[in-house]
Design a protein around this ligand. Structure first.
Ligand code: NAD
Length: 280
């Protein structure tokens, strides 16, 4: 079984991005810039944002965090986004989710210029991705896609099963694999026989949020299994895949932690650089 080392692959990607940033700097005398808006003081969001900034600095991007208190008015955020949309030194804008209840998430997402939408959540980017046009792609599925391609470069005709249909993971992941000519099934909480669907799969991407949902006898021999889940349990952080069982049958599997997680931030940096290049 191949243990897909997301930590190592993400470090290699960051190294490539660092090189690219230094080439862009030499060519344009400018570096791509990422601005993150952080509202409130939720501990996980603070940690994510700090990690994003650290990684951005490591590859040579210009990065800025703009912090607001929990009680900030929605209008203040929307006005700030409008200002950043016009700022030529800002290539990518990310508003850290979740947002306080009084702020409309969809309004925030739709105010970010699609050309600076490094999260790929703007309806314009969602539509472009599904139409097969150039677009920003949400960072986590993009990371999963790059991991799958490391294991198998030609995915044409493979049967891929998404477990979970979120806008963040399952749906964009399905689009990326469709583009690769996979036959894609998207399953969800109302799917009748999830085990039977999974047993058909050459590739499984599990993004559900239920600890160890995907069992060893759900997985075909030699399948590639990507575990997006991050679940806090009594035995620590576990994924949506029963690692010990599935590792006995799968051809390749991502660990949790150390699989998909590190790729997500690396892909955010990649998206920022892509936005910069498209704006030139
Ligand atoms: P979500 O809650 O938005 O979506 C979960 C999906 O799972 C839904 O589509 C739902 O229909 C489906 N589902 C629920 N119960 C099911 C069942 N019994 N069988 C089949 N499908 C079922 O979640 P999300 O935002 O996509 O996140 C999923 C998991 O991935 C979470 O554990 C989250 O923490 C993790 N996550 C990890 C990263 C990363 O960087 N590694 C990034 C984002 C999310």
């Amino acid at each position: 079984m191949i243990l897909i080392d997301g930590k190592k692959i993400a470090a290699e990607l960051r190294e490539e991005l660092k090189q690219e940033v230094s080439e862009l700097k030499a060519k344009h005398n400018k570096v791509p810039g990422l601005t993150v808006i952080l509202i409130g003081d939720m501990a996980p969001s603070q940690i994510y944002v700090r990690n994003k900034e650290k990684s951005a600095n490591e590859v040579g991007l210009k990065s800025e965090i703009i912090k607001y208190p929990e009680a900030v008015e929605e209008k203040t955020i929307l006005d700030k986004i409008e200002e950043l949309n016009k700022d030529d030194t800002v290539s990518g804008i990310l508003v850290q989710l979740p947002l306080p209840k009084h702020i409309d998430k969809q309004k925030v997402i739709e105010t970010i210029a699609p050309s600076k939408d490094v999260d790929g959540f703007h309806p314009m980017n969602v539509g472009n991705l599904s139409a097969g046009y150039e677009s920003s792609v949400p960072c986590t599925p993009l990371g999963c896609y790059l991991l799958i391609k490391k294991i198998e470069s030609n995915l044409s005709g493979k049967k891929a099963v998404m477990v979970g249909r979120s806008n963040l993971n399952g749906k964009p992941m399905a689009q990326l694999l469709l583009k690769e000519n996979c036959t894609v099934t998207i399953t969800h909480s109302r799917t009748k026989d999830l085990k039977a669907e999974c047993l058909e799969a050459d590739i499984i991407v599990a993004a559900v949020g239920i600890p160890e949902l995907v069992k060893g006898d759900w997985v075909k021999k030699d399948a590639i299994v990507i575990d997006v889940g991050i679940n806090k349990t009594d035995k620590g952080i576990v994924g949506d895949v029963a690692f010990d069982e599935v590792s006995k049958v799968a051809k390749a599997l991502t660990p949790v932690p150390g699989g998909v997680g590190p790729m997500t931030i690396a892909c955010l940096l990649k998206n920022t650089i892509e936005c910069f290049k498209r704006s030139r």
